[in-house]
Design a protein around this ligand. Structure first.
Ligand SMILES: [Zn+2]
Length: 345
């Protein structure tokens, strides 16, 4: 079968690899119907060197179960499934607390003997714990929204949930990528009435308005902070959902959060050092939270409104490439000519 591999920076190839087979009794083989390219795929795409070993790519996919192991009981052959970006047994102590990204037995697609999702098929460990079945019949029009549930929608929702967004909180979302836009949608869904979106790409911030943003701030850095403070009588917002991951985004979050407020980060931090002391967080009683979203615990909760059409998170996809042309999809996202790209095997 064909699968996506990455070598050095910018070097994405589609190669022949052997079709996955069941290894453990709890495995399932999933034929991939659609996959997509994630903003976090671009970290490796931009930063790898030729010395890095080749890696299987793709952690966002939906598909049809082709084969199951003897100890798989909930998932059946023929089921249409959504896979979260991390696999998990969904039974260990962390999974039971809803933190499947910390599963004792879990892991991430495209590592070790587990393949990536930008491929024709993949072996899912812990099929009963990992995969979420979409009750049939499945409408292909909803594929993009199902793909959003594999990562970006759950990640945006996690940001809003960890910040305890409600009707009583004002919100700033930093970042107009797919996760930032999903944070807007999630904040709206949790009842927020004032959602300030910080982003520079008008097509994206317009989509953010569709999802519920009430104000758009295109300025960055000190100017961006000043603009948000101006919009909030100098106080800042109760919650800040940071969906970028760079240090300047953290600094903006500190600058626009209201005293007593929460900064919730879901952009993977590309820095280790940042201020947390008296002048930044402590003096104003700021809570810093966030982390990798346990998307698995949110899919079932978010799926009904996707199925009924109440929300359409799939609007974040603006381009589709064939699996053979997956490299074009990476390039389009790296060049920012695409917001988010679907890969069709
Ligand atoms: Zn677990």
């Amino acid at each position: 079968m064909r699968a996506t591999m990455i070598y050095g920076a910018g070097d994405v190839r589609v190669e022949d690899v052997s079709h996955p087979t069941l290894i453990h009794a709890t495995d399932a083989i999933v034929r991939i119907v659609r996959a997509c390219v994630c903003g976090s795929d671009l970290h490796g795409y931009n930063a790898r060197t030729a010395a890095d070993p080749a890696k299987a790519m793709g952690h966002e996919f939906i598909g049809i179960v082709e084969e199951i192991g003897s100890d798989v009981h909930k998932i059946k052959v023929g089921d249409f499934v959504i896979a979260p970006f991390a696999y998990a047994d969904n039974t260990c102590e962390f999974c039971r607390e809803g933190l499947q990204t910390s599963c004792i037995h879990g892991g991430f697609w495209g590592n070790g003997d587990v393949g990536g999702g930008q491929a024709e098929a993949v072996r899912s460990p812990f099929a009963d714990g990992t995969l979420v079945v979409v009750p049939g019949p499945v409408d292909p029009e909803l594929y993009p929204s199902f793909l959003a549930l594999t990562d970006v929608y759950g990640t945006g929702y996690h940001a809003a949930l960890k910040a305890q967004v409600s009707a009583a909180t004002t919100v700033t979302v930093i970042g107009d990528g797919a996760v930032g836009l999903m944070a807007v949608l999630s904040a709206k869904r949790l009842g927020a009435e004032r959602i300030i979106l910080m982003g520079r790409h008008q097509v994206r911030t317009d989509l953010g308005i569709t999802f519920g943003a009430t104000d758009v701030v295109a300025e960055r850095g000190e100017e961006g902070i000043a603009r948000v403070l101006e919009l909030t009588n100098g106080a800042g917002t109760h919650t800040v959902l940071e969906a970028v991951g760079y240090r300047d985004a953290y600094d903006m979050a500190v600058g626009v959060v209201r005293a007593g407020g929460v900064i919730s980060r879901v952009g993977v931090p590309q820095y280790d050092d940042a201020p947390v002391g008296r002048g930044s967080l402590f003096g104003r009683n700021i809570t810093l939270t966030g982390g990798p979203a346990p998307v698995r615990s949110y899919i079932e909760h978010l799926l009904p409104d996707v199925l009924s059409g109440v929300v359409n998170p799939g609007l974040v996809f603006d381009q589709t490439v064939s699996l053979e042309n997956v490299a074009d999809g990476y390039r389009a996202m790296a060049d920012r000519t695409a917001l988010k790209v679907i890969v069709q095997p």
